[in-house]
Every structure is written in C-alpha cells, then in structure tokens.
Design a binder for this molecule. Structure first.
Ligand code: HEM
Ligand code: FES
Length: 781
C-alpha cells in the first residue's frame, strides 16, 4: 500500500542516524537509549528502511530493550540472538507464526467461516514434538539428497532468462525472481504446479496476516485470502493423497502422517502445506531480489564475480548476511530469565533481529560493510540457528548461486535502473517489491559466443568452501623489521580500501601454495595492512617462502581479517605480554587501549634487542607503559610479579610461546574466569592416523541427530557431511572458530585454544581436532 510504503522513506533523527554517538555529533537532541527504545517502531521509518542501521544505537548502548509500541523485547546483538536461538526450551518458538498485529473480531469471524485452524507446523513447534517430527522428515534435505535438484533449478532459471535476454529492461521480480523460487518449491514439495497466480495472492496475504500491520479494513480482505489459502491447502493435500507413490517432500510428509500419525499429525500436515509455500518461496524470492540489488549497487563486487565465478557461493552468503530476507524472528520465554543482564519475565515476547546481529562488529570485522571476501559470512543468522535452523537453507543457497552464476555469465553488463524501491511493511520479511534492471542486448556476450548460454559451473550443495574466499592484494612495501623478521605492507590489488579491523585481528596469506596466519600490527586507520613475519627456519616453509620471495609490487591472496583474539574493552586495567613475534597483536591492542584512554602495561620479552620487531613503534607511542625483558641483557620477565600486580578485574592478554602461556595459566588459576586471554602461533600435528584413532558417536542436541565419527574422520567433517554448518578456519586447533558446546562425555582435547580450566570444565571442544576419549559417546549442544 503506497501510503504505508511512502512513510518508510524518511530517515531522520532520533533513530535513523548511525547511532547515538553520531546523532550527538549531528546535534540530534535524543541520545537517551530509553527514549530510543520508546520510539522504536517496527513498521515505519528507519527499521523498515534499514533494520541493522536503525538498531546500531541498541547494539552499542542497550542490546536488549522493551518496545512499548510493539509489545516485544527487541534483541540486537549477535551473541544474544544466537543464545536465544540456541535454547529452544527457555526461548520457545511457539509465537513464531502468531499474528504480530492481533486480528480484529470481524477478521476472526471471516477466518472461522473457512474453518481456518492454522496451528503448529515445524518452525513453531515445541520440544520434544518438534525434534521427533524434524528427524522423521529430514531425509529430503540432506545435502546428498538435494544434489539432483540443481538441474531443475537451472532449467527453470534458463527458461525465464531466455524469454527476456533480448529485451534490455525488466523487473526481475516479475520476470523471474518471484516465480522460479515458487516453482522450485512446488517441485521440491511435489505439489502440482498449476495455480501459481492464486498462490501468489495467498502467500502475500499470509505474510501480511502474520508479520504485517494491516488496517482494520485490510484485515477483512486479508482474512478472506488467508481463509481461501487454508481451503486450498486442504484440497491440495486431498489431491496428493490420491497419488500414494508421488515424489517430493509433502508426499513423504503425507506418507509419514499415515505411518506415524502421533508424530506427523493431521493438523501439522494441513498447517504445513500452507506455511511451507511461504517458508520455501517468499524467503528465497526476497533474498534473491536483495542479492541482485546489493551486488548491482556494489559494482566492484559484481565485476569481481563476473571475472571469477568461484566467488559466488561466498558472495551469496555475504548477501544473506548483509541483506537477508528474514530480518527478525520471534521467541517467547517459558520462565523468568536474564538476557545480557536484562531481566525478562515468563511469557516475554522477543523480537530477535538477525539483520542487526548480522552486522554486529563484535562478531563481524567491519560488520556494516558489504564484503564478498568476508571469510566468516557463513556465520550469519538469516537462516536462524540451532534445532529450528532452516531445513531448506541449502535449497535457498542453491537457487541463489545458480541465479547469480547465470546472470554474471550471460548478462555481466546488467545494471540497476533508476527507481524508487518499495517494501511491504512488516517485522520480518524484507525485499523490494520490484527491481528494474537494464542492459544493452547488443552487448550480450552470447551473441558472439553462443556457447556461453549453455556453459555452467557446478557448486556442491552446502556451505561455501573456505578455499575460494580470498581477496587479491599487492605488496606495497617489504622491509627488514628486525633480525630474521620481515615487515610487509599490503594494499588492495585494485587500490580499493581494505576492510577495517579490530585489535587482535589476523589475516591469512595465501602464497606459494602455503596458507599462513599473521596478526595485523599497523595503525588501525592506515590504508594498508602491516604485518611482521618471523622467518622460521624449522617451520613448514610458509614463512620462509614469504620472507624470501615477496617483493614490492607482487600480488598474492589474502583471507580475512578475522578476530579470534578480541580485546574486551570493558575491563578497568590491562597487562599485555608479548613473547618474541607475539608482539604483533599486542601492539595493536596497545594502540587501541591508548585510544580508549585505558590503563595498560606492556611487557615485551625477547632474546636480543636486534631480534625484537616493532620496538621503535612501541618506544615512540607507548614508552611510558613499556617494560622490556631482554635475555641477552640479563633481564627476564618476572611473570609471578607481573600477575601479582594486576589490579582486581584487570585482564591479561598474552601472545607468545607455549611455555609462557602455560606459566600464565598456572599463575592465574585462582583468578576469576576471563582474566587471561592468549593466542598461540604453533600447533601440534593434527593429522589423523586411523590405526591409532577410534571411531565415536556424537549426539547433537540442538539438531537432534546422532552421528558416528569414523576413525579417519574429524568431528568437523562428520558434522559438515550431515548438513550442519560448523564454522571452521585453521582446521588445526589454533583458531577457535570450530568450537562446539559439550553437554556430556569425556573429551580428548587436542587444540591450542582452550585454557586448562576450560578443558577441566568440559563445556566446549574444537570440532576440527578434538575427539571423544577412548571412543566413548559424547553429547553436544
Ligand atoms: C525455518 C529462513 C528457505 C524450509 C526457517 C527459519 C528461518 C528461515 C529464519 C527459522 C529458523 C529458526 O527458528 O532457527 C529462510 C531463508 C530462506 C529459506 C532466509 C531462503 C533464503 C527455505 C526453503 C525451504 C525452507 C527453500 C524449503 C524448501 C524451512 C523449514 C523450516 C525453516 C521447514 C522449519 C525448521 C524447523 O523449525 O525445524 N527458515 N528459509 N526454508 N525453513 Fe527456511
Ligand atoms: Fe580452527 Fe578448529 S577450525 S580450531
């Protein structure tokens, strides 16, 4: 409705700017978070325009707040949203399909006249019923069982593209992005493909009915459509029942309903028939529209993909992170609880805003920037997380990859047309109603090279492969930083700005067949990345290659930046301890603490002055805070004294050799949790010898599965094969990105991430290297 849509366009203070800080600079009078919370409106203004930006103030100042206009608690930080998704018992999904705007009595009457009885499906079902049902109906969604659908998706995509490729201008929504996901969904479900137009009205009505704010008059019209949709879903089920051998997921559901009616109930089948069309279709259509809009507005990213289509799977993930189609989801507390320090009563309704979590700088470096090279984009929350995580995520990904692949190959010269975008106002589903694009058909590459219309790449079903995610950089400077240590400055190969990074972040250099991680140690606002690299004579060759071969002007590839050694900026005081080349993240932390005006002390230990990198910078910028402990000069660090001098609540950050970290672990054993933070740079051999290893069983509580990890397989491999996206990075127990939560069972920890105390607690493990002790059974969250 144009009146509602028009109101989306205004972006003014108090909650439209870049948070309270910026608002204050701009002279905005309202910087009080309580006032921002009161003003929060989920249907109008900035939230509809850009939900992540509209909640920046909340992420920074009040990450859990009550919105009186909506009647919900709004949750905006990544970790909090994930924690809510993770605990499906305390945070029940029962309100997921509840109407955000309650129905008027007249609308209820209309719905009743159709026998409307929408009830629990999958996404809003509580445990234990949900997992039993999900397990019974999971098979069709396993990655290996989805592969054969790629051909169908490609065929449907090409049919549409062939029809408009010579036109030069289309609305992509009308021309294909609405219908193809709908047809794919119908094929996957095994639902007859007729009546697409009817379904279209119905599914819009279902979205408005559930997540929108219809006026009282609109409620009546919507209720009729929803009622008819309900009847229609019932008819389809009857039609499908008459075909007992039918293929597709809904046929399977109908068969399971006959086999196990207590698990796959009649009410479920009817409700799901209606809900799944929206779940499978609107989500993917809108995500695809958002993807094209985002990429065509970030032309460099589009051009990079045209030049290198192996970037597609990660670009899709970054689009889902940055401009996902589900921006917020819901939960309801089943008991009083506390979330990030805020007390929530029993029955509290939560709006967990994934779009905001997806741009949280506490999880994503330079989180509000679109970056197809981001190496943890796959951590986004657009598909939800935990036991209810989207079952169809790999179908959505598959479609979006194929769309992008066909378009970047056949229409690389596509551009956005001038237009004003309109959106259907609602809390959760987001994507423009239309997307006009233009191109010059005379320049279609397939007019010259016919084969181009038929070529295609293949991407295996599942999360993107990390191997393909790397940006090109150029060596801008090579210098001798100290004896045996080379300093490098890297810049983007095309002279674009590199992403911002936070203290403790690292990058991974991909050069000469090696992948090696190095902390960033330059000034945070410098245009290039500074690294200091120790040439390790005894190492595996990566550092030797880099130190001996890299020259100014050479190009190489780089992953990251990522940060797994984050500085908690809330502590009252800090001690930073560097051993040798471990000084690199420590220098970045010192710079940050100085900028924040926090008390800090730096202890830098080395063999001889000439071997100590970055000394000049430390002495120039941090001389009052710096203590040097140089072995050749007879000064060794007195670690017990350093730890003893740490004020209460203070934190220690150490990067250095293993023995230094072990000593600090001993010295801080009786200090509160979170006192010591460290990062290692060496790993033990993590290769698996199947003769020495034992297979073991893992029960996965959040996903309700039990897997067997073979003797020659890691837990990470086994989980990824089952379609569970566990983030991973180093795959050698160094980085902490593959951490999973342990509920029970004894773990043989083989990582270099967890502290001794954390191991003893038995609550976490690294899936890439650690295993069950003696082949025992373990249970994970
Ligand atoms: C659940 C998003 C595509 C089927 C969900 C949830 C979200 C979501 C946010 C709730 C997750 C949670 O509570 O943790 C999306 C997005 C998609 C997409 C953004 C496309 C880009 C699909 C497709 C299908 C599908 C194509 C099916 C063919 C389902 C089902 C559930 C679900 C069955 C319920 C899972 C459960 O509760 O156990 N989806 N979805 N989705 N989705 Fe998707
Ligand atoms: Fe790095 Fe497992 S992937 S610790």
């Amino acid at each position: 409705d144009s009146a509602q849509q028009a109101s989306i366009g205004s972006q003014t203070c108090p909650f439209g700017g870049a948070g309270a800080e910026k608002a204050a600079q701009d002279g905005c009078p309202v910087t009080d978070p309580a006032a921002m919370a009161r003003a929060f409106d989920a249907f109008e203004g900035p939230y509809q325009l850009d939900p992540a930006e509209a909640l920046r103030w909340s992420r920074d100042q009040l990450p859990v707040f009550y919105s009186p206009k909506l009647g919900y608690w709004v949750v905006s930080r990544y970790d909090d949203i994930k924690a809510v998704f993770r605990d499906g018992i305390l945070f029940s999904p029962r309100n997921v399909l509840e109407k955000v705007t309650p129905a008027t009595p007249e609308a209820m009457e209309v719905l009743k006249s159709y026998g409307y009885a929408m009830n629990r499906t999958m996404v809003n079902e509580d445990e234990p019923a949900h997992m039993e049902r999900r397990r019974a109906l999971m098979d069709h969604f396993i990655p290996a069982n989805l592969e054969h659908h790629q051909e169908m998706v490609r065929r449907l995509t090409r049919e549409k593209m062939d029809a408009f490729i010579d036109q030069g201008r289309v609305d992509l929504v009308e021309a294909m992005l609405y219908e193809v996901p709908l047809n794919v969904a119908l094929h996957f479900l095994g639902v007859p493909e007729d009546e697409i137009a009817v379904l279209r009205t119905f599914s819009v009505a279902h979205s408005v009915n559930t997540w929108g704010k219809p006026t009282d008059d609109q409620q009546i019209a919507v209720a009729h459509d929803v009622g008819r949709f309900w009847e229609y879903a019932g008819k389809i089920i009857e039609k499908m029942k008459a075909e007992p051998e039918g293929t597709g997921w809904m046929h399977e559901t109908i068969r399971k309903n006959a086999e196990m009616p207590d698990v796959v109930t009649d009410s479920y089948v009817h409700s799901m028939m209606m809900a799944i069309i929206v779940a499978a279709h609107e989500t993917t259509s809108l995500a695809s529209v958002n993807m094209f809009k985002t990429l065509l507005s970030n032309r460099e990213a589009w051009d990079d993909i045209c030049a290198d289509p192996s970037l597609i799977p990660n670009a899709v993930e970054e689009c889902l992170r940055y401009a996902g189609s589900i921006v917020a989801w819901r939960r309801q507390t089943t008991a009083p609880t506390t979330l990030n320090g805020v007390d929530l009563p029993e029955g509290a309704k939560l709006l967990i805003v994934q779009a905001s979590g997806n741009q949280d700088e506490r999880h994503f470096e330079d989180g509000d920037k679109f970056d197809i090279y981001r190496d943890n984009a796959v951590d986004h929350l657009t598909f939800g997380y935990g036991s209810h995580q989207c079952m169809g995520k790999n179908i959505g990904r598959m479609e979006m990859r194929i769309f992008l692949e066909e378009f970047t190959r056949r229409l690389p010269h596509l551009r956005l047309a001038e237009q004003a975008f309109t959106y259907l106002p609602n809390t959760s589903f987001r994507g423009p109603d239309h997307l006009w694009v233009e191109w010059d058909p005379a320049l279609n590459p397939e007019r010259e090279h016919l084969q181009l219309a038929h070529d295609n790449l293949y991407f295996p079903v599942g999360a993107p492969s990390r191997r393909d995610i790397a940006r090109k950089v150029r060596v801008a400077d090579v210098r001798q930083e100290a004896d045996g240590i080379v300093g490098l400055t890297l810049e983007d190969a095309k002279g674009r700005p590199l992403p911002r990074w936070s203290a403790g972040a690292h990058v991974e250099l991909v050069a000469g067949g090696y992948d090696r991680k190095y902390s960033l140690c330059g000034q945070a606002d410098a245009p290039g990345y500074d690294l200091a690299i120790l040439r390790e004579d005894e190492g595996r060759g990566g550092s030797r290659y880099i130190c001996d071969h890299l020259r100014e002007g050479m190009e190489l590839r780089l992953r990251g930046p990522s940060n797994l050694f984050r500085l908690d900026e809330e502590a009252p005081a800090y001690v930073l301890i560097a051993g040798g080349i471990g000084v690199t993240p420590i220098l970045a932390m010192a710079d940050r603490l100085k900028a924040l005006g926090k008390p800090y002390a730096i202890h830098y230990c080395g063999r001889a002055r000439a071997t100590m990198a970055l000394l000049g910078r430390l002495q120039a910028d941090h001389s009052d805070h710096l203590s040097l402990h140089i072995k050749d000069e007879g000064a060794r660090a007195d670690l017990p004294a350093i730890v003893a001098a740490l004020p209460e609540g203070g934190q220690i950050y150490c990067c250095g050799p293993e023995r230094m970290i072990t000593a600090l672990e001993d010295l801080t054993a009786d200090r509160p949790e979170g006192t010591l933070h460290f990062e290692h740079f060496s790993a033990h051999d993590t290769g698996l010898d199947p003769d020495k290893e034992q297979a073991f069983d893992v029960e996965l509580k959040d996903s309700g599965l039990t897997l067997t990890v073979a003797a020659d397989q890691t837990l990470l491999d086994a989980m990824q094969a089952a379609g569970i996206d566990v983030a991973s990075d180093c795959c050698e127990g160094l980085c902490g990105s593959c951490e999973v939560d342990v509920l029970s069972g004894e773990i043989d920890h083989r990582d270099m991430v967890l502290t001794r105390a954390e191991r003893a607690e038995n609550r976490r493990m690294m899936a890439c290297c650690s295993r069950a002790k003696n082949g025992g059974r373990i249970k994970l969250a």
